[in-house]
Ligand binder design. Sequence first.
Ligand code: PLP
Length: 356
Amino acid sequence: MSWEENVRKVTPYTAGEQPSGKVIKLNTNECPYAPSPAVSERMRCLAEMEAGTGAGMLRKYPDMNATALVKAVSEVYGIPEDRIFAGVGSDDVLSMAFMAFFNSDTPVIFPDITYSFYDVWSELHRIPYRTLPLDEDFRIVPEDYLCDNGGVILPNPNAPTGVFEDPSVIEKIIDFNRDRVVIIDEAYVDFGGKSVLPLIDRYDNLLVVQTFSKSRALAGLRIGLAFGQEKLIGYLKDVKFAFNSYTMNVPAIELGAAAVRDTKYFEETVRKIIRTRERTKKELRALCFSFADSEANFVFAAHERKPAEEIFKELRARSIYVRWWNKPRISNHLRITIGTDEEMDTLFKALKEIVS
Ligand SMILES: *Cc1c(COP(=O)(O)O)cnc(C)c1O
């Protein structure tokens, strides 16, 4: 017998490439703009405090409740602090939530085309799961979610399709599943969708997860949030503190708080991205691409003649990175992140050459 027999074997999540050098990077849905200037301002201030006086914050363990960040979020969102949980990116928050809430022998349910981390966490935490097919237009079939299950997880807008469902549709699913936890992953909700956050007042089984990685331009800092009623958040904290109390580091807590308070910069950035996205839709249509309407910071498009794999490779040869998956139902689609207007113009020019 070998030690290998007792290894927890998992297929890891495959992230988009992070190429170095001068490339146009439209493959991992990062924000093309810098984070709020309040972040670098706070960074300078923290650096000064660290410089030799002993008054710095790095010497000590961080606050395991991330209070400075949670307080800022509470004030900006108008949600009490005990309904907020902060973690190391929403991937961390979601993985904790899977561990905390999905413990039934009945399978957890989520769409067949969705964020490709959900099945990875299910395997890792040994949670049985069942996927429910999206319809032809990449929409969820809400009735499918009104069934016996061990929990529900849905991104809204969905990834990688960008399709947004109205909160009233999501509410029916939450309402039917009152005796299980329903997690709504709102990684892209700031780009024109509508959050189900107001519903946490009415449903104690609803956990809403958001991230600072996309709309707040802080993917490198790793900040994710979960919102829910006190009891739900309490259980999530128990799991987190049983696993590793000090996951969020001091700079993330401090800089995240500075970022969330700058609502003006946030709104401007999001507006710019939405404007570029709508222009991108027009340009792509003119180039004979089709796509479900996106409310996210990306478009998931297929060309009417040229296979996605070929376009993907030809773009890559020109140092333009988009995302392509060799997976059933989506292998002829490209997920294109919305970059700056300049980056998108370079993309359109390249696509024009490639598809003509
Ligand atoms: C990007 C993304 C996340 C994770 O983002 P973090 O950087 O870990 O906060 C979670 N869910 C979906 C659907 C995403 O696209």
